[in-house]
Design a protein around this ligand. Structure first.
Ligand code: FPP
Length: 251
């Protein structure tokens, strides 16, 4: 029985988020420039996205460029932006064939202009696809997202449009980039690092964390299936006790 067949399709996470890490080390291990790792990471993006859509995952979020990534050498930032433009262009067929809708979270209008333009174009061309949303986190960080939500809320309070007494978790969520997206049940990070690195800080409150030792360019469909199988063997308690969860499951 292969790994995919072992997955219980009735217990799939709706939303999987991935911190794609290890491109630089993958390239270095081969005596190549870091950008070679990013280029090879595109195949992993393709495999993971199509495998997730085939299984019936509804949302897949990939951390593609953080607000901190601007601090990398300019040549790497430029190479990443060009790779993104090139990939969005060349993978349009894959997105259409697999009925994947492209979305983005992050401060995207501050991306390099060609990258922003290509992103808007691909999002527009795929907007009627309805099998899975592929959400790219670009120029994104959790702290940026939470602080800009707080700023928007403060502006609405100041303008008399929002009563501070009304602000609770459900209201706050509406000011986040992910307002229309459920929280990820499963958060995967590759490359054997055990950090969240400013990704989906609000949304990952109850996510199951899965750490793969694979470097991102080596991550394949079977690695995704393994992560999902691991998730399916966990008990999610949300602060309750085991017996309460079993009662809820049996209802
Ligand atoms: C982290 O590895 C990876 C990134 C910052 C970029 C991810 C980009 C891609 C996979 C390219 C294409 C993406 C899309 C969505 C088309 P790292 O450079 O931090 O690796 P290291 O920790 O080994 O240095």
């Amino acid at each position: 029985m292969d790994l995919k067949e072992k997955i219980d399709l009735q217990k799939l996470p709706k939303h999987i988020a991935i911190i794609m890490d290890g491109n630089g080390r993958w390239a270095k291990n081969r005596g190549e420039m870091r950008v070679f790792g990013h280029q090879n990471g595109v195949e992993s993006v393709r495999q993971t996205s199509t495998a997730a859509a085939d299984l019936g995952i509804e949302f897949l979020t990939l951390y593609a460029f953080s607000t901190e990534n601007w601090k990398r050498p300019k040549c790497e930032v430029d190479a990443l932006m060009s790779l993104l433009v090139q990939t969005l262009n060349s993978e349009l067929g894959t997105l259409m064939d697999n009925k994947i809708r492209l979305k983005a979270i992050g401060n995207i209008n501050q991306l390099q202009p060609e990258c922003y333009r290509q992103l808007l174009e691909t999002m527009d061309k795929t907007k009627h696809n309805n099998r899975m949303d592929l959400i790219l986190a670009l120029n994104y960080s959790g702290r940026w997202e939470i602080s800009q939500a707080a700023a928007k809320i403060a502006a609405e309070v100041k303008a008399g449009k929002l009563d501070p007494q009304m602000i609770d978790q459900d209201i706050f969520k509406n000011y986040l980039e992910t307002r229309d997206i459920p929280d990820p049940e499963l958060l995967i990070r590759t490359s054997g690092e055990y950090r969240i690195s400013n990704f989906l800080l609000w949304q990952a409150a109850y996510s199951e964390l899965y750490f793969s030792s694979k470097l991102w360019p080596d991550f394949r469909k079977d690695d995704l299936y393994e992560a999902i199988l691991d998730y399916q063997n966990r008990e999610r308690r949300f602060g309750m006790i085991s017996e309460q969860i079993k009662q809820v499951d049996n209802k």
